[in-house]
Design a protein around this ligand. Structure first.
Ligand code: PGA
Length: 247
């Protein structure tokens, strides 16, 4: 296998050729689901995980006993907006595996009482999270935990950073882009038994470098994962390379 793994000096970083990245991540995911069919997972959307979800759809592994929580959701979407996180996760993965509908917990960001909804998501999280799969924003956000979010936060309404709103153009086109979201908080992500960060492409190289090698601080939420005992960074070669000097 051409995968490079470096656990000797801190975080577990796996660097893969781009053409094998999704298959290798999916192999590990199938292995986790097979070993623990009742795996409780928190799953992201965004563009990064889509090749993994496509790969997972073709695998022979049962999701019948698993449980899934949506990582985050935009606030203020019109009904049936296809760019929503819930719509995306269903379309790309959940509608294509045998997960029973009642074993999926979306985030209802249109709930009339958002703080009650956040509390209900926290109650789900109180049951424990085996695996949190995350992307990372170019600004280091995890879910919609933007730079500066306190690590103690649980599920909450978040004001989105400008770079997050910009990146939403990929999902919403010319339609109005949300300025807020509801996200699982850092405290629960950091408490997951296992965390995976997925990052691909050169545009992620600098934030990957900063998160892995910079000081752990709330200004770079992904850097806080350096304190997690069981966190794997799944990178393709472009995301793993940064010519910028370390500081
Ligand atoms: P992306 O988003 O996968 O579309 O790059 C990741 C994120 O913002 O968390």
């Amino acid at each position: 296998m051409s995968e490079r793994s470096d656990k000797s000096s801190g975080p577990d970083v796996r660097v893969l050729p781009v053409d094998r990245w999704a298959a290798v991540v999916t192999d590990a995911w199938v292995e986790r689901l097979s070993a623990r069919p009742s795996l409780r997972m928190c799953l992201p959307t965004g563009s990064t995980p889509l090749p993994v979800y496509a790969e997972m759809r073709s695998r022979q592994v049962s999701w019948a006993a698993a449980e899934v929580l949506l990582l985050d959701e935009w606030v203020g979407l019109p009904p049936s907006e296809p760019g929503g996180c819930d719509a995306t996760l269903r379309r790309e993965l959940l509608d294509r595996v045998d997960l029973p509908p009642d074993r999926y917990r979306p985030i209802h960001a249109d709930a009339p009482d958002l703080s009650a909804e956040c509390g209900a998501v926290d109650a789900w999280l109180d049951g424990g999270l085996d695996l949190a799969i995350l992307g990372v924003g170019v600004n280091g956000h995890l879910g919609m935990n933007e730079p500066g979010t306190p690590a103690e936060n649980r599920t909450h309404l978040a004001t989105l950073a400008a770079s997050t709103i910009d990146s939403a153009a990929a999902y919403f086109g010319d339609r109005p882009r949300p300025a807020h979201g509801v996200t699982v908080g850092l405290t629960d992500l950091l408490a997951a038994r296992e965390v995976w960060v997925l990052a691909t492409g050169a545009r992620k190289a600098e934030i990957v470098r900063e998160s892995l090698h910079g000081e752990a601080r709330p200004a770079v939420p992904a850097s806080l994962l350096s304190g997690h005992p069981n966190c794997v960074w799944w990178l393709d070669e472009a995301a793993a390379v940064s010519g910028l000097p370390r500081h």
